[in-house]
Design a binder for this molecule. Structure first.
Ligand SMILES: Cc1cc2nc3c(=O)[nH]c(=O)nc-3n(C[C@H](O)[C@H](O)[C@H](O)COP(=O)(O)OP(=O)(O)OC[C@H]3O[C@@H](n4cnc5c(N)ncnc54)[C@H](O)[C@@H]3O)c2cc1C
Length: 365
């Protein structure tokens, strides 16, 4: 006989943990009847640069959390576009964490809020059974009234229960390069020069601490999932200058307002639903998806209607959904035929540069 649950969250990354924490704050009784599954044992690595925009810290505070893991504070942004280097002083414009530590912190908080967390349990299949969903896991089946797919870009929950179209997928490659000096620099760098050669993306360098030692996390992002492998490898080699540093690559699902992100009894959050197409930033969105999903779950269980009909629209019309759609537009502009014009205009106005950065960071000025 299958175990029966009210709610199962698949995935204990930022989106799954945020859903659990936000739900526990809204409806502790429902959270106590929820189980969160992750195939990994935490702390686990996640291929990610670990940059947190200031808005992420505000959302953490809304969830009742502080950043208690090591973080490098970034006070200056350097942006390279064709023909020009732009330096912007902006104290606290980013904090760089390691996902191994950050995600474990969030998962611990979910557990501390009364949600049962099961690690090392992989979901291998999902299907409908009347008005329930049955999840096949390595530890046996679980029958649930509702399921949250927080299982990342390759989401099985998405493919099995919501939408098996490939969708809009970007790719990023990265490596960590030790820095010889004592301290990590307080500057991050974005390099858009390769856009003129046809890259739909950019290269980055973020300062970070790995086991207390300063490193650059260096990477390249491309809107194109396929066909760019060689170019990304070449750009990463040139930027990192560290042939021995292990390379890691991972897809990032991008948000498109018109794609379905829910079905009766099922909600998608974080990368499973899609994040920022312009820069591939996803942690702040993962947390916000969790907040929205928690509200929809609490309402659904309170009324007994678990069809979640309003979720896609609620996401699309939320400040997060509007920002994601604007970022999608900006990505098409910057990485499309209008790119060179866009960069020329952006180069000219200091005020536009600062306003753009503050908008992106979720900082009102
Ligand atoms: C190279 C790179 C650099 C990036 N840099 C940044 C950055 O600097 N800042 C930023 O904000 N974002 C960045 N991102 C994006 C960010 O990593 C993601 O948006 C973020 O991890 C999304 O969180 P999530 O919880 O939705 O998914 P994930 O973090 O992917 O978590 C999904 C969880 O689900 C679990 N899972 C998956 N399948 C199953 C299954 N079948 N059964 C059980 N468990 C399962 C996984 O083990 C995992 O723990 C970067 C991405 C890449 C690839």
């Amino acid at each position: 006989m299958a175990e029966t649950r009210d709610l199962v969250i698949v995935g204990g990354g930022p989106a799954g943990s945020a859903t659990a924490i936000a739900l526990a704050r809204l409806d502790p009784g429902l959270a106590a009847r929820t189980v969160l599954l992750d195939r990994a044992a935490f702390p686990r690595d996640k291929t990610c640069a670990g940059g947190l925009i200031p808005h992420t810290l505000s959302i953490l505070r809304e969830l009742g959390l502080e950043l208690t893991v090591p973080a490098v504070q970034v006070d200056q942004a350097r942006v390279d576009v064709a023909g020009e280097r732009i330096d912007i002083d902006s104290p606290g414009c980013c904090w760089v964490i390691r996902r191994r530590e950050f995600d474990a912190m969030l998962l611990d908080a979910a557990r501390g809020h009364g949600v049962e967390v099961r690690e090392s349990v992989r979901v291998v299949g999902a299907r409908r059974d009347g008005d329930h969903v049955v999840l096949e896991t390595e530890a046996g089946p679980i029958r649930s009234r509702a399921v949250v797919g927080a299982d990342g870009s390759g989401s099985l929950v998405r493919r099995a229960l919501v939408n098996d179209a490939e969708g809009w997928i970007a790719r990023a490659v990265m490596c960590d390069v030790p820095i010889a000096s004592n301290g990590a620099p307080a500057r991050f760098e974005f390099d858009f020069r390769a856009v003129l050669d046809g890259l739909s993306g950019y290269a980055w360098s973020f300062p970070c601490l790995i086991e207390g030692r300063p490193h650059w996390n260096v990477g390249v992002y491309s809107l194109a999932r396929r066909g760019e492998g060689e170019r990304l490898a070449r750009l990463l080699d040139a930027r990192a200058q560290a042939p021995d540093a292990p390379r890691k690559a991972h897809p990032i699902r991008l948000y498109r307002g018109r794609e379905r992100i829910s079905a009766p009894g099922v909600l998608l959050v974080g990368d499973a639903a899609g994040v920022d197409p312009l820069l591939g930033e996803g942690i702040s969105f993962a947390l916000q998806f969790g907040q929205i999903a928690a509200r929809v779950l609490a309402d659904g269980f309170a009324t007994g209607d678990l069809r979640f009909r309003g979720y896609d629209r609620l996401v699309r019309r939320s400040p997060m959904g509007r920002k994601l759609r604007r970022l999608g537009f900006a990505a098409r502009m910057m990485y499309g035929p209008a790119g060179p014009l866009f960069f020329r205009v952006a180069r000219l106005s200091r005020r536009a540069q600062i306003t753009g950065m503050n908008w992106y960071n979720g900082v009102a000025h």
